[in-house]
Design a binder for this molecule. Sequence first.
Ligand SMILES: Cc1cc2nc3c(=O)[nH]c(=O)nc-3n(C[C@H](O)[C@H](O)[C@H](O)COP(=O)(O)OP(=O)(O)OC[C@H]3O[C@@H](n4cnc5c(N)ncnc54)[C@H](O)[C@@H]3O)c2cc1C
Length: 255
Amino acid sequence: MAGTAVRGRLTTWQTATVGPVTDETPKVRTLRLEVPDWPGHRAGQHVDIRLTADDGYQAERAYSIASAPGEPLAITVERLDDGEVSPYLTEEARPGDQLEVRGPIGGYFVWEPGSGSDSGSGSGGPLLLAAGGSGVVPLRAIVRERSRAGSPVPVRLLYSSRSWEDVIYSTEFGLPPGGVEVIYTLTRSQPRMWQGYARRVDDTMLAEVAWPASERPLAYVCGPTSFVESVAAGLVKLGYPAGRVKTERFGATGG
Ligand SMILES: Cc1cc2nc3c(=O)[nH]c(=O)nc-3n(C[C@H](O)[C@H](O)[C@H](O)COP(=O)(O)OP(=O)(O)OC[C@H]3O[C@@H](n4cnc5c(N)ncnc54)[C@H](O)[C@@H]3O)c2cc1C
């Protein structure tokens, strides 16, 4: 099949073999994908996944890359019960199964040490990450890349989920010394004694959580389209230049 030019590179469909899978929550699974000619990826990029049914019917969806550059390719998928592709990836795909992958795709949502600084020297302001539901996936790759590269950039992650059971990577972010500060909001149900936020992200919450615009922060916002649009608009109201608010929309679903 003809490839598509992405940033001057030709990306073609390649066969991927499903490797180890990890259940992150009752509805979310991480799949390692083994691709013989994988060219490597950057934090914040995504891949297209294509499934082909026995009768030849094909379905194709985009999935953010969950792993940092240098790590094996992995995606993390949330099951939509009435969806076409995500139920297969989260429930049926087994190690050794094959599917098709195309990528890595995208440059705009990428973070690299030095992103956001005018000089590219790594002296940019702090990072604000905001995730709705599975929108945390590319942000996880960014967090891992920052840690892998030993970047000193301070990071704050505002992460909205329906309930604690729906929080993806809950054991990973933590608060290691010099690490990532995670602020959770649980929109539908909260554990007993919950002391975090318990509502959808709004302008008041953003004003409390976001780095002040005067610190020249760089923001990455990812999740369902409505989440992304309201958070991005809220950050601009706080004085963030639109050009320093990077957005990735997963569509009307998820989160
Ligand atoms: C750049 C990018 C990165 C993404 N990364 C991730 C990721 O890391 N993890 C992740 O879980 N998802 C991610 N997504 C979302 C992913 O691409 C899929 O949209 C998601 O998995 C749902 O696919 P599905 O085939 O299961 O559902 P679909 O079959 O596409 O259905 C989605 C919803 O739309 C409804 N629907 C479908 N067809 C119709 C119709 N004709 N009329 C009305 N309603 C309809 C369904 O009922 C369902 O609720 C990403 C999306 C983008 C664009």
